[in-house]
Design a protein around this ligand. Structure first.
Ligand code: FHN
Length: 616
């Protein structure tokens, strides 16, 4: 912990920095953590034999907090915030945008740098920001450490285009350190957004000098990981675009992801580290939308604005209602997704009050009568189809039906069952009213005897018996035969037991050091043992080619070369029975990926676990 700056020190520092400083009554403690001794990143393994699949994000301890927490705060805060969404051009015309204002309003770089020099978020109060998040029920925060403008919101040593060296802000403050401390004190995870696309760095746009930019980017990311220990990195600006040209490739993403996992194997990383695909990072990032069902092959998080802008825009009063926001959260959870809801602090660093108010209302709903159980630790309902009258999430042996269209007196709510299960009891959270549940047609009718408890969503908690689930198997994995050609020809180069089909060989890797990174193929064979008697969805994520047989029947045939691709099949499996399985895969050139996942009404999506796979 560095010394606490005093008023005089502030003046001295300001004098040195050439900016007038008004000493605050109490010098803001400088919470920049003493940099940890530079961690030499673990050597990044590359080349044949490398498999970049760290674990199964659907079940790994590393991602558990992300899968349980469900609800986070996004913060867009940068030099653009100083303009508060509006730029008056020299000719008197006014141009409006938020975090894209420099580009969309064609602000010359010198003019933009000049305005940034006046940026002074003196009122940024990390404790207040964290309180707003906690009051909302949010469990993690992701703040823009560097947006497309390239302006670093921490005292980076890599350049002087940052809040410490290029602003009117207190040079003894470090808002990321303040936010890290406040988040840690409040038990909230902190993550950083980082834009790959950089409008300011002169080496970015030219492929010939891009490596120089990349080196600086790696150095900045190492500063963030070493000095602030984020739980999550939220990349952005990975897409193909111009002005300036963005040369980022999926191979660049592979390299960066491997580097970051070497820095901290516990990091959770989004799919924009690469090219926003199912094989990039740990989770998908739909934006301003909510997928209609659980996303195949990947965790996911929907990010959304509270009004119409990510960065602060003083004129934008188009705030979503707390009701809409809470229902969005319930919808994302009921499809096993996360909701990252954005606030944009103003030029002084203050979170707009309408944002704070709505977040508090969301938190009030979550804290009422245990309604938060429908979100925190909950996931896709699975056992039932999503109804038109609301959403259904599952948490252990409970289903939480969040009803947004309460039935008329005497009416009932129908739930269509996706598998055999029993409802053992039902109650309305926050009400003593009687609820009767009767089997009806393809599912159950839920008949409440009273009124809805609130206008946002009334939660009916159903205690369920999901039906028999066999004990975990004793499998050790499938027989794996690896061929050093793309046609599964000849004798296999090696034969062994493969615990799970969860492979990301990507560009440089392969199943073994003796197998080249291109032109290889693999056959897995043995049996798969489900724990429930249900219709399972088998999902492959593959690049270049894959096909799957169950009990001798070809159920997935994706045997034409392709980019990373999802294929699915529905197969009826019997609990405790060992169904024969054969999977074939071929890699010609380029990237190589093969994952085999399963899900069923009673089984959430995961890489098929080792315990359920047998070599014979
Ligand atoms: O261009 C950015 C945009 O400014 C904002 O940061 C969003 C938030 O995810 N991401 C990009 C647009 O997809």
């Amino acid at each position: 912990m560095r010394h606490r700056a005093t008023g005089i020190a502030l003046l001295l520092a300001a004098a040195l920095a050439g900016t007038a400083a008004v000493p605050t009554a109490t010098a803001v403690p400088n919470d920049t953590p003493a940099p940890k001794p530079a961690q030499a990143p673990a050597p990044v393994k590359t080349g044949p034999g490398t498999d970049h699949a760290a674990d199964d994000p659907f079940t790994a301890d590393r991602t558990n907090w992300f899968r349980q927490d469900r609800f986070g705060m996004f913060i867009h805060f940068g030099a653009y915030s100083n303009l508060e969404g509006e730029y008056k051009r020299p000719d008197g015309s006014v141009c409006r945008d938020a975090e894209w204002i420099k580009r969309q309003c064609d602000i010359p770089m010198d003019a933009y740098e000049k305005q940034a020099q006046g940026f002074n978020p003196a009122d940024f109060d990390a404790k207040a920001v964290v309180k707003a998040a906690k009051d909302a029920g949010m469990k993690y925060i992701v703040i823009t450490s560097k947006h497309h403008e390239g302006y670093a919101m921490w005292p980076t040593k890599v350049n002087d285009w940052n809040l410490r060296d290029h602003s009117s802000f207190d040079k003894n403050r470090d808002i990321l350190a303040e936010l890290k401390k406040a988040s840690d004190d409040a038990g909230i995870k902190l993550g950083f957004y980082y834009s790959i696309w950089d409008w300011h760095d002169k080496d970015f746009a030219d492929p010939a000098t891009f490596p120089k930019y990349e080196k600086r980017m790696y150095a900045q990311l190492k500063e963030l990981v070493d000095n602030y220990d984020p739980a999550l990195l939220w990349f952005d600006g990975e897409w193909d675009t111009d002005n300036p040209h963005n040369p980022w490739t999926s191979k660049d993403g592979e390299k960066l992801e491997a580097y970051l996992r070497g820095l901290n194997p516990d990091l959770v990383i989004n799919n924009r580290v690469g090219k926003r695909r199912v094989v990039d990072g740990d989770y998908g990032t739909p934006e301003q939308e909510i997928p209609g069902a659980p996303v195949d092959g990947q965790l996911w998080e929907s990010c959304m604005t509270l009004n119409g802008h990510w960065g602060y825009a003083r004129y934008d009063e188009d705030w979503k209602s707390a009701q809409t926001l809470t229902r969005n959260l319930l919808s994302t959870t009921s499809r096993s997704g996360n909701y990252l809801l954005n606030v944009g602090p103003d030029a002084r660093g203050r979170v707009p009050q309408p944002s704070v108010d709505r977040l508090k209302q969301m938190g009030d709903w979550l804290r009422t009568a245990g309604q938060g159980n429908a979100v925190f630790g909950a996931r896709y309902g699975g056992l039932v189809e999503e109804p038109a009258w609301g959403s259904v999430s599952r948490k252990g042996d409970k289903l939480y039906a969040a009803v947004t269209q309460w039935p008329a007196a005497g009416g009932s709510l129908h739930l269509k069952a996706r598998t055999e299960f029993k409802v053992t009891s039902a109650r309305v959270l926050g009400s003593g009213q009687k609820v009767t549940v009767t089997k009806a047609g393809d599912g159950y009718d839920i008949k409440p005897s009273g009124a809805a408890t609130n206008a946002t969503a009334t939660v009916v908690e159903l205690s369920v018996d999901p039906g028999p689930t066999a004990r975990p198997g004793r499998g050790k994995g499938l027989k794996q035969e690896v061929f050093d050609n793309a046609k599964l020809e000849g004798a296999p180069k090696l034969t062994r037991t493969d615990p799970t089909l969860n492979h990301a060989w990507k560009f440089d890797g392969s199943p073994a050091a003796s197998v080249p990174a291109d032109n290889f193929s693999v056959r897995w064979s043995g049996s798969i043992e489900p724990r429930r008697s249900e219709t399972y969805t088998l999902t492959t994520v593959s690049d270049d080619m894959a096909r799957v047989w169950i009990d001798g029947k070809l159920v997935i045939d994706s045997w034409t070369p392709h980019e990373p691709k999802i294929d699915k099949a529905q197969v009826a499996l019997t609990a405790g029975k060992r169904h024969t399985i054969k999977v074939e895969y071929a890699e010609q050139t380029g990237e190589a990926h093969l994952k085999l996942l399963w899900s069923s009404p009673g089984q959430e999506q995961q890489i098929v676990p080792r315990s359920q796979l047998y070599a014979r």
